[in-house]
Design a binder for this molecule. Structure first.
Ligand code: FAD
Length: 432
């Protein structure tokens, strides 16, 4: 039987291993991750460890092919929906109280948001950050009991695609190791984006271009948005300016016990959000990204990095509120790390005229949600670094140059939990 090594114990890696175990795969399965197992992983370790960035996320499981990255491009609509359903089923399966997973499923666009915005209509299952750690422990125990080997706190530093082996280093600096593999599943997520890029350059992998995705994380008291939240928990307001190659959408909405989280990528700060289920954490706040997708920018990855760099002050991102709201606290009780700035001008400095679209989005929200007024703040920036997507065979997501190396999750083209997990299950189905 072939030895499968999975790099990254994130959403994709864990769903891949689960599919292998469920199908009684007899070969050795090893997962290497630079983070920790779910018993030892701390809340501030946002990006690494069991379930990866999904482990301390908000656990919103979207069930539609129009968001969360590209899936139907590889396998078609019907198969994509089946694969995403398998991921959702896995989250419920290891949930201590699966009946508490709520589903929001808006059926039509409410009149009051028109003509300013459209609303994307699709189901979203909401798990909540606090339950995720319980799910992670149950899931981890299942995989260990079924013979999956985990190598924690080890960073993979090199992969030899030609000789089929990889090198990894203990993060505490105690040792360097190598592993041979027959099949490799590469699921390093956002935290491994630099590594993926390095490999793509080293092996001269062909890539598909990506659009820029950048914006801000908007935060306000929930009461202003309640009318829409009642219709759709994770509401996706959107608008398009096709002639300009720009579209905007609200992204990853958190409510009830909603917290803003700082992300660190390439040493820079950007922002995201999550929500807890436990009533003890209720703060009656709402936060969501206002993300702008810009087509046609030359070298979009470099452009995004440059823009994010311009949006750092004193080694942090920024916060602006027209009514002098103060930045919120994290769910751990510390203030979110930001520098308060007096205006939105800095956005124009970093994004040029594109900043106008974000300001305009906020202005129109004030029309649609009349009580909002100036009662809000924005954390700057929020960014989705979409590294150039390596060219893969669409039937099994293997590299066109190395057919025993499969790219999955955010390291490929995903931007969310269900799509990341679904891509990994798709790969395993092709192997089986
Ligand atoms: C705060 C936050 C909230 C989010 N909320 C949601 C949400 O509600 N819904 C949603 O759909 N998506 C959400 N997301 C996005 C979602 O978590 C990711 O899309 C998803 O986790 C990607 O899965 P993945 O397996 O590709 O990568 P990840 O889950 O990021 O896992 C990658 C793993 O690879 C490991 N790794 C990286 N490089 C190396 C290396 N060199 N060696 C060894 N290990 C390595 C990391 O330690 C990590 O554990 C959120 C993200 C964040 C940060």
């Amino acid at each position: 039987m072939e030895k499968i090594v999975i790099v990254g114990a994130g959403v994709a890696g864990i769903n891949a291993a689960t599919k292998l175990v469920d199908n009684n795969y007899q070969g050795k399965i090893t997962i290497i991750d630079m983070g920790k197992d779910p018993y030892n992983r701390k809340p501030e370790e946002v990006m690494t460890g069991f379930l990866g960035a999904g482990g301390w996320s908000d656990g919103k499981l979207t069930y539609h092919t129009s968001i969360g990255g590209q899936l139907s491009k590889y396998c078609g609509e019907e198969k994509a929906m089946d694969l995403m359903n398998q991921v959702i089923t896995n989250f419920k399966r290891f949930h201590p109280n699966p009946e508490e997973v709520q589903c929001s499923d808006p059926q039509e666009e409410p009149d009051f948001i028109k003509p300013y915005f459209g609303l994307r209509l699709f189901p979203v299952y909401h798990v909540g950050t606090d339950y995720l750690s319980e799910i992670a422990k149950n899931w981890y125990n299942f995989l260990v009991e079924n013979g999956v080997e985990f190598v924690w706190e080890n960073k993979v530093t090199n992969i030899d695609f030609k000789e089929n082996y990889l090198s990894h280093t203990e993060v505490n600096g105690n040792g360097d190791w190598t592993q041979k593999y027959d099949l490799l599943i590469f699921g390093v997520g956002k935290s491994g984006i630099d590594f993926g890029k390095k490999l793509a350059e080293k092996y001269d992998l062909k890539t598909e271009p990506k659009a820029v995705q950048i914006g801000v994380r908007f935060e306000a008291p929930q009461k202003h948005f309640q009318k829409l939240i009642d219709i759709s928990y994770d509401f996706k307001l959107y608008r398009k300016f096709e002639d300009k190659g720009v579209s905007l959408r609200s992204f990853c909405t958190n409510n009830n016990a909603a917290y803003v989280a700082a992300e660190h990528t390439y040493g820079d700060y950007s922002y995201n959000g999550h929500a807890k289920k436990d009533e003890a954490y209720r703060n009656d706040m709402t936060n969501f990204g206002i993300l702008m997708e810009i087509q046609g920018i030359d070298k979009p990855f470099d452009w995004s990095r440059e823009a994010v760099k311009k949006l750092q002050v004193n080694g942090k991102g920024m916060f602006f509120s027209p009514s002098h709201r103060v930045p919120s606290k994290t769910s751990e009780g510390d203030y979110v790390k930001v520098e308060v700035v007096p205006s939105m001008d800095i956005l124009y400095y970093a994004l040029g005229d594109y900043a106008f679209y974000i300001e305009d989005f906020i202005e129109d929200m004030k029309e649609v949600f009349p009580t909002l007024g100036e009662d809000w703040g924005i954390y700057i920036p929020e960014v989705k670094y979409l590294s150039p997507e390596p060219l893969v065979n669409y039937d099994n997501l293997s590299l066109t140059k190395y057919d025993n190396v499969h790219f999955v999750g955010d390291a490929l083209s995903a931007r969310g939990i269900t799509v990341s997990g679904a891509q990994a299950i798709y790969v395993v189905e092709s192997l089986l």
